[in-house]
Design a protein around this ligand. Structure first.
Ligand SMILES: *Cc1c(COP(=O)(O)O)cnc(C)c1O
Length: 359
């Protein structure tokens, strides 16, 4: 077996210990004589898994009791539609800050559902910064403020939350579980699983209970957070395998010392990578230093003609999936929880060597 260091933006690396445990579990999960994919989601074994999974997530993120933990399908993209459908009536106003492509997509979905306003927009500088909050054109009567905590493509992350009294709704797909957060400052948090939680196919929403009641009539069951909250996320057959892996990932994070421990590692990983980029004229990162992401680190080669060679040689050196998003160019290293510090060290060494041979 030969594992590489996987810098994929998503679906992304999973901890090797979790993968080995899955391999062991497959033929006979939990003494059932069946794989987890073959048991009823209503069986005692699976219901226990779901309860433990929620308990561990609640303890990792310190989720207060007045929040529901909800698992859906449809990815973060479905949550972009469920947010305005549940939190706003057709004539209500909602505010969106656009610091990248995902925030732009979320705004597009909200515009179909209600009066969604763009209150701040970083597209003028190719999504490399967060506009100063003092310049935001916020509404007086908005039902909520939507932000994208970490824009995965350009690598722009809020390190401080905006102020105000209305609920903050955040897409945390690519930053959830990277560090402790204060859940009580949010109305709703949502995240697709395939970055820091587990495999694609399951999606997390953490919703303040007072916001569960949909603000419009006749929503289909699967579009209402309330239905999920009332059925322990078993409104219909849930993605049981993905849920099972998420449970293993959370157990793994608890064993690692929880999110304080992850935050220390993640801070170190990102700081050393940015330091290596900044110390060189060969590489650069275009993002405002105040809002550089801990999880997604794009870097541009001064000579883009070398991009192909960089990708080929890095892959040969066991560093996979470093190609940047087409809208940014160059490279992107996604360094989620499951990407070990040794991977970042190996990348930094490779970058220095590549610069020596090609600079
Ligand atoms: C990956 C990602 C998405 C897309 O999630 P899906 O689960 O594919 O719908 C949305 N928002 C952010 C911030 C992401 O990183």
């Amino acid at each position: 077996m030969s594992r590489v260091y996987n810098f994929s933006a998503g679906p992304a690396a999973l901890p090797i210990g979790v993968l080995e445990r899955i391999r062991e579990d497959i033929p006979d999960w939990n003494g059932t004589g069946m794989s987890v994919m073959e048991v009823s989601h209503r069986s005692k074994d699976f219901v226990e898994l779901a309860a433990r999974c929620e308990q561990n997530l609640r303890s990792l993120l310190a989720v207060p009791d007045n929040y529901s933990v909800i698992w859906t399908q449809g990815g973060a993209t479905l949550q972009m539609a469920m947010v305005p459908l549940n939190l706003a009536g057709p004539d209500d106003t909602v505010d969106y800050v656009q610091t990248g492509s995902w925030g732009k997509k979320a705004l597009g979905e909200a515009r179909k559902a209600c009066n969604a306003r763009l209150v701040a927009d970083a597209s003028d500088r190719n999504f490399t910064y967060i506009p100063d909050e003092a310049t935001w054109d916020r509404s007086d009567d908005a039902k909520y403020l939507h932000i994208t905590s970490n824009e995965t493509i350009a690598g722009v992350e809020y390190h401080e939350l905006p102020g105000g009294d209305i609920p903050i709704v955040s897409d945390m797909s690519s930053t959830i579980l990277s560090r402790p957060i204060d859940i009580s400052r949010y109305g709703v948090i949502y995240a697709g699983a395939q970055k820091n939680i587990g495999p694609a196919g399951i999606t997390l929403a953490i919703v303040r209970k007072e916001l569960l009641e949909p603000q419009r009539e006749n929503l289909p069951h699967l579009m209402m957070w309330k239905s999920y909250a009332e059925s322990d996320s078993m409104t219909n057959t849930p993605p049981t395998f993905a849920w099972y892996v998420a449970d293993l990932v959370f157990q793994h994070l608890v064993e690692q010392g929880g999110l304080e421990a992850m935050a220390a590692i993640n801070r170190r990983k990102s700081e050393k990578l940015y330091a290596a980029i900044d110390a060189s004229d060969f590489y650069s990162n275009p993002v405002d230093e105040k809002c550089r992401s801990w999880m997604n680190v794009p870097f541009i080669l001064a000579n883009p003609d070398l991009d192909g060679k960089f990708l080929e040689e890095s892959r040969a050196a066991g560093l996979a999936n470093l190609k940047g998003h087409r809208s940014v160019g160059g490279m992107r290293a996604s360094i989620y929880n499951a990407v070990p510090e040794a991977a970042v060290d190996a990348l930094i060494d490779f970058m220095a060597e590549f610069e020596r041979s090609n600079g």
